[in-house]
Design a protein around this ligand. Structure first.
Ligand code: TXA
Ligand code: MG
Length: 345
């Protein structure tokens, strides 16, 4: 595996991008930064290459991939049609953390990318290196997050290597990603646009742009899910995580109870509350003054708990407004449904 160090000058096509392009054209997989998380890319039209993504990640094959493009022409080449509302959203939010599910054009991408669905998920990432890679290769890149399936998504090249070293051809290191949680997945394939996965573009911003959006109901594992990826446990740290709704004093009582049972306890908190806790490991994750900072650091913080010996983690809860909706969605998945609220206890 080769690693390209912190490239930030977007004006230049780097020799390393050229090397990555050669790998992609040869049907190999390359990890690259986007504004949300690192992606693991392959030529979306090459079935054998796409299969390498699933193999490297250990990803279930019924979970389809997002196709990354660098131009409207590329989006038009993979979608059968682009409804006016989707067009409006592309103009408003692309490049950016918004994935649109559209009717797919026959034979434009491998069946393995869309897992047999009649739709295709498309996004234009807002990252100079991702755009440079797509442009220089001339390929639409199928790319899930570049983590082993079930692990927190990677927000640094080091995270990618921790999960995938030896399993992929290379990683382009663009430093830490900005948004920190994945793109919003919006179904625009028919009817009222529906959020399948909350993410970097908020529901409030979507409503402002097009007036009305719906949200997919909380996913029932037994039912056929609309966004197949939503049924799998995701983002999980190694120690069980509990989401605690209530003030710091309540969370501290839970810590005290667990420690009295001999457990080593971690707390996921924020800059404003970090001094309120006495626990074995206290990790602040951004500030409540700007939930974007929490989103940006969330996966790194979950991974950092794995480097400690905690038996369990108690996490503060966050308001579900703006980017908070995506933060709580990811925290709930990481917690596998474990939640404690002061009201109910
Ligand atoms: O920010 C992101 O979206 C990152 C970066 C790398 O772009 N990618 C990402 O990919 O998060 P992944 O594979 O981890 O998540 C893709 C999500 C899954 O929940 C999948 O089920 C859903 O998009 N999806 C993909 N194609 C779909 C389709 N045709 N219909 C419905 N959902 C789809
Ligand atoms: Mg993922």
């Amino acid at each position: 595996v080769w690693v390209v160090d912190n490239i930030v000058d977007k004006q230049q096509v780097y020799p390393q991008i050229r090397e990555a392009v050669e790998w992609l054209r040869a049907g190999e997989v390359i990890a690259f930064p986007t504004e949300t998380v690192y992606g693991l890319g392959a030529d979306a039209a090459n079935t054998a290459a796409v299969e390498k993504i699933f193999a490297a990640k250990g990803r279930p094959s019924d979970n389809p991939l997002i196709v990354h493009v660098a131009s409207m022409a590329q989006a038009e080449a993979v979608a059968a049609s682009i409804p006016p509302m989707a067009k409006t959203l592309m103009e408003r939010f692309w490049p950016g953390p918004l994935t649109l599910v559209l009717p797919k054009r026959a034979k434009a991408v491998s069946e393995r990318v869309t897992a047999g669905l009649p739709t295709v998920a498309v996004r234009m990432p807002d990252h100079p290196l991702a755009l440079a890679l797509i442009e220089a290769s001339g390929l639409a890149l199928a790319a899930p997050s570049a983590n082993r399936s079930g692990r927190p998504s990677p927000t640094t090249a080091a995270h990618v290597l921790a999960d995938l070293d030896g399993r992929i051809a290379g990683v382009i290191d663009g430093g830490p990603t900005g948004v920190g949680v994945e793109s919003t997945v919006l179904d625009c394939s028919g009817g009222v646009p529906t959020i399948l996965r909350p993410g970097g573009v908020t529901k409030e911003a979507l409503i402002e742009a097009i007036g009305r959006v719906e949200e997919a109901a909380a996913v029932d594992d037994e039912a056929a899910p609309k966004a197949p990826g939503m049924k799998y446990t995701h983002y999980a740290p190694k120690a069980p995580l509990w989401i605690v709704a209530g003030p710091p004093a309540f969370l501290q009582r839970l810590v005290d109870e667990s420690r009295a049972e001999g457990k080593t306890v971690g707390v996921l908190t924020t800059e404003e509350n970090r001094d309120q806790y006495a626990a074995d490991v206290v990790l602040p994750c951004g500030t409540r003054q700007a939930l974007e900072t929490v989103a940006s650091r969330l996966y790194d913080t979950l991974r950092r708990f794995d480097e400690t010996n905690v038996d369990l983690i108690y996490s503060e809860a966050f308001p579900e407004e703006g980017i908070g909706a995506a933060i709580m969605n990811r925290l709930r998945k990481a917690a596998g449904g474990r939640a404690i609220s002061e009201q109910r206890k």
